[in-house]
Design a protein around this ligand. Structure first.
Ligand code: NAD
Length: 276
């Protein structure tokens, strides 16, 4: 039987005080999780982290529109399975999440990770690009959250972790609309945290800086975009890209944190947000 994450978190703290027999149990044992955009990059690292942590990890639905990559990862990670959907399409996502939650036997944890970026000076962009960025980065988060909340309420609580970006905290030239979507995700995180606290649901947000993923490789195909990314890394105190596993660790922290940790935003970007 599944238990709400809250029980597990409080049981874990009891464990450490009382040497409970389940001391080694992963906080994600028996947790039913959905990771959007889980097929590649940061999402894939999150899937591995949740599924494989401790003695036995979460059951994870990888919701991604790259069906082949999602299936390949699911074949490799115990407890993971693939569901194909475009997160920005409410009807399609609704069917996918229904199928995922039947297989998971409920839902405890939603990770809104799916995202996409295209680096280009704002005045050179076409409104069709804005639509695409908003569809994936903002509407995708609204859709999945809207579909998840009633299921988390039915469970007696749960966790939502959103993957935004430091672009949404400090801005980024060539990423104005993307940054607006990510800033929107941060504001959305705080607002939904307020609305759902009484149901035992926490909503928190992780903000990566430049991270070594297929998306960054795609962005760097363009020479000017590559120069922008290199300049951001040079301005970062740590002077390197993040590894996807570092972002996944912060996501796992919020996913297993006590109910009093909510509405928070954590940058994992080598000090980028405090760089001059
Ligand atoms: P990625 O392109 O490497 O992986 C993203 C995954 O999301 C892919 O599997 C892709 O198929 C999937 N996806 C994209 N759009 C989707 C949609 N509409 N519906 C379903 N699945 C979709 O990207 P990543 O770098 O791992 O990025 C993950 C998250 O981290 C994104 O939200 C991104 O904005 C954010 N982020 C990344 C960086 C970076 O430098 N890589 C920096 C800051 C924030």
């Amino acid at each position: 039987a599944f238990r709400p994450l809250d029980d597990k978190v409080s049981m874990m703290s009891n464990d450490s005080q009382n040497s409970h027999p389940h001391n080694d149990e992963s906080p994600f044992h028996n947790v039913a999780a959905i990771v959007t955009g889980g097929a590649k990059g940061i999402g894939a690292a999150i899937v591995r982290r949740l599924a494989a942590s401790g003695a036995s990890g979460a059951s994870v639905a990888i919701v991604d529109f790259d069906a082949a990559a999602a299936r390949a990862l699911a074949d490799e990670v115990p407890g993971a399975f693939a569901v194909t959907a475009d997160v920005g399409d409410y009807t399609v996502l609704s069917e996918a999440m229904e199928a995922a939650c039947i297989r998971l036997n409920g839902l405890d944890l939603l990770i809104n990770n799916a995202g996409w970026d295209h680096v280009q000076r704002f005045t050179d962009t076409d409104p069709s690009l804005w639509d695409k960025l908003i569809h994936i980065n903002l509407k995708g988060v609204f859709n999945a959250t809207h579909l998840a909340i009633p299921r988390l309420v039915a469970r007696g609580g749960g966790r939502i972790v959103n993957v935004a970006s430091d672009a949404g905290r400090v801005g980024s030239s060539g990423e104005a609309v993307y940054a607006a979507c990510k800033g929107g995700t941060i504001a959305f995180t705080k607002s939904i945290a307020r609305e759902t606290a009484r149901h035992g649901i926490t909503v928190n947000c992780v903000c990566p800086g430049p991270t070594d993923t297929p998306l960054l490789e795609e962005i760097k195909q363009d020479e000017r975009a590559a120069a922008t990314m290199d300049a951001i890394v040079r301005a970062t105190p740590n002077r390197r890209l993040a590894r996807p596993e570092e972002i996944a660790e912060a996501v796992a922290f919020f996913a297993a944190a006590p109910a009093h940790v909510t509405g928070q935003v954590l940058s994992v970007s080598g000090g980028l947000t405090m760089a001059g």
